[in-house]
Design a protein around this ligand. Structure first.
Ligand code: DC
Length: 234
């Protein structure tokens, strides 16, 4: 008799532009799990701040943001290609949240305690029934400390900047330089690892994946093998 496997929770954390999202999405598709990009949620809050003049010269008006937090509704809906797009109050913001304007301020917004608590609460609700792949910075440490499978993804800053630069070019950005992208990546690493509120940290039970010199195919296989190992006795 074949028994239906019990679903697990999969947490992927790590530095920015490591290709976490691509891997996480792929794995979710392979194993039929839901996928949640938590970075997109913080990016949507950052966009809300920009659009509502709640951020001035990189400084967030925290009181005003706290008062308006309940007005921010973030949802995910599949697009025609089957990928999930981020919606802010019913508007598709997938493209806008990936631009440099949002990237420049998102780490500051993501460092605010009440923002994190609100996002974490929503993320925990999304993963209540397991069968989820979630990627971010604090998934294995704060959101789902009991996740059965935890991966900590890393790659050199130069490799990550080049990937992000190629991505921006492919999306039609012809002005941002590689140097600027590298600066943004390094600065975000610093902010993400040194902030007081749930800094980016490897969970003690996470498996490290350095994909600096791996192809997408190699990392996908590595991830799928780990998933098989984690679910073999279930
Ligand atoms: O993964 P990303 O680059 O799209 O994330 C955008 C920012 O959001 C990044 O600077 C760190 C922050 N973030 C976070 O603090 N916690 C998460 N779970 C996900 C992202």
């Amino acid at each position: 008799m074949t028994m239906k496997k019990k679903k697990i929770t999969i947490a992927l954390d790590g530095f920015s532009s490591t290709g976490k999202s691509t891997m996480a999405k792929w794995l979710a598709g392979q194993v039929g799990y839901a996928y949640v990009d938590t970075g997109a949620m913080y990016r949507a809050v950052a966009l809300f701040c920009i659009e509502n003049q709640l951020i001035d010269n990189g400084v967030v008006d925290e009181q005003a943001l706290q008062e308006r937090l309940a007005d921010i509704r973030i949802t995910f809906r599949p697009n025609k290609e089957g990928r999930s797009d981020t919606y802010l109050n019913g508007r598709n913001v997938e493209r806008e949240i990936r631009g440099m304007e949002v990237s420049a301020v998102v780490s500051t917004v993501a460092a605010i305690g009440f923002v994190r608590r609100d996002m974490v609460r929503q993320q925990q609700a999304m993963g209540r029934n397991k069968g989820i792949v979630m990627d971010g910075r604090d998934i294995g440490t704060v959101v789902f400390p009991d996740a059965e499978m935890k991966v900590f993804v890393t790659a050199s800053a130069e490799v990550r900047a080049q990937r992000r630069y190629d991505e921006l070019r492919a999306k039609g950005d012809t002005t941002t330089t590689l140097e600027e992208v590298l600066q943004n990546v390094t600065e975000r690493d610093r902010l993400d690892t040194t902030r007081e509120e749930s800094p980016l940290r490897q969970a003690p039970d996470a498996v490290v994946l350095d994909n600096s010199h791996m192809t997408i195919d190699e990392q996908n296989q590595w991830l799928l093998n780990l998933y098989k190992e984690k679910t073999s006795n279930r």
